[in-house]
Design a protein around this ligand. Sequence first.
Ligand code: PLP
Length: 511
Amino acid sequence: MKVSQETGSEANIGFGRALMPSYLEMCPQKAAFSSFRTQPETHCSRLSIGNIMEFTQADRQHLDKSKQDTGSLGNTDDALKYDSGRVAHDFSCIHSKDLLPAEEGEEATKHFLQELVNILLDYISKSLKRGSKVIDFHYPHQFKEGLEGFSLELPDQPDNLEQLLVDCRDTLKYGVKTGNPRFFNQLSTGLDIIGLAGEWLTSTANTNMVTYEISPVFILMEEVVLRKMHSIIGWQEEDGDGIFCPGGTMSNLYSVLLARFHLFPAVKTHGMSAIPRLALFTSAHSHYSIKKSAAVLGIGSENVIVVRCDERAHSVTWNPHKMMGVPLQCSAILVKRKGLLQECNQLCAEYLFQPDKHYDVTYDIGDKAIQCGRHVDIFKLWLMWKAKGSEGFEAQVNHCLENAEYLYYKLKRRADFQLVFKGKPEHSNVCFWYLPKRVQNIPPGPERDRELHMVAPKIKTKMMEEGFTMIGYQPLKNKVNFFRCVFSNPATQREDVDFLLVEIARLGCEL
Ligand SMILES: *Cc1c(COP(=O)(O)O)cnc(C)c1O
């Protein structure tokens, strides 16, 4: 398999052997993976939120029914507690300072968070619905001017919670529904409910991966998941290290950093002037983050030399926030040689990494990172893995590959579409041109290319303004702008693939 941008796995680096003493050899290849009420803030009485709960006859009937259904919600007060999703609260008199940790802030906190959850649930079910809009597009100046009461400007006086809830709803309203089954744009798509639950829990725990002291459970989870990943890659038991970090670009940066340190350890303490001038070899298909790493690390982007890739990887970037559908962000750099991460990055800050702690301090993994504090990205992945099993992930990825193949066969049969690459898709990307009648009638050559080049951006503009689907486009070397469909959303079905082509043809046939 080749390195495929978008799919989020990349065996990045061979740092085994320098071609010449002054050359750093790096050969990326591929590993096998692949209406809320806006109320004017007038007569605002200082009631506790419990007193201003209002419920309608319909609510009461519903509650009575649920009482019968469950048998456990004995009285209406209890029922209200469990069913407050249906009860309207007045948040216009409440401010963040009334929430926990304020004394007696518990009720208000509960109702506020429940209302927020209602907004989120509403968003989730709407955005997963076929035919609902993927985007309600606005230009930057429209946001800046303020949209129907949605202002991005920051106040000096606190806004009430009603306003905050409206802002939350609007934020989602004007955003892109990346979980929509007809969202085909890069980079991450889908919305996994278990992953979402994991993200919520992570934010609630609000801790830091720097030491075992403050993240005992998450650090052990990371160890377990990394070990699982090593075994899937096929590394021996005694091999394998790694760390989760903020995205594939950072993972690739780690790989270049480690490769350089492996060959020239003096660079850590004495800098680039203490070592020979370096060049970095990378696959012609590697992601631009390798070049960026060369720029960041003082190697120089001009000193990156692209070569055909071979099969020696000492580290692998694995991005579960791509095809595995884990909510952003979730990425791991996996390193074959144990201890290298630690040697390369540790600085032994005395206020964090005291060697005389009462537990095994090798679990204070924070010093392996180039960060100090590190976000907990592991929990949602661990939870999803438990929920699906490895087989569930396999089925999810296979589903994406099947969609890609389905699109490929559809495109092959149509005269108004043309595949960019002849063969069957190697992974979940399918690249193609749409050819309006007018362009079909121009003989192949520079004039046709010039015209074809403008088709995809024009269709994309209309597509975003109407908002029912989204797909990316790009040129590639001498190939003019083409659509690039990336399947990674498990919600996408064949009918959505059908819709995509119908929509492109509808928007583009007159061009
Ligand atoms: C997405 C991707 C990256 C970059 O990952 P981010 O998480 O977006 O930083 C790098 N390489 C490949 C092959 C990718 O698909």
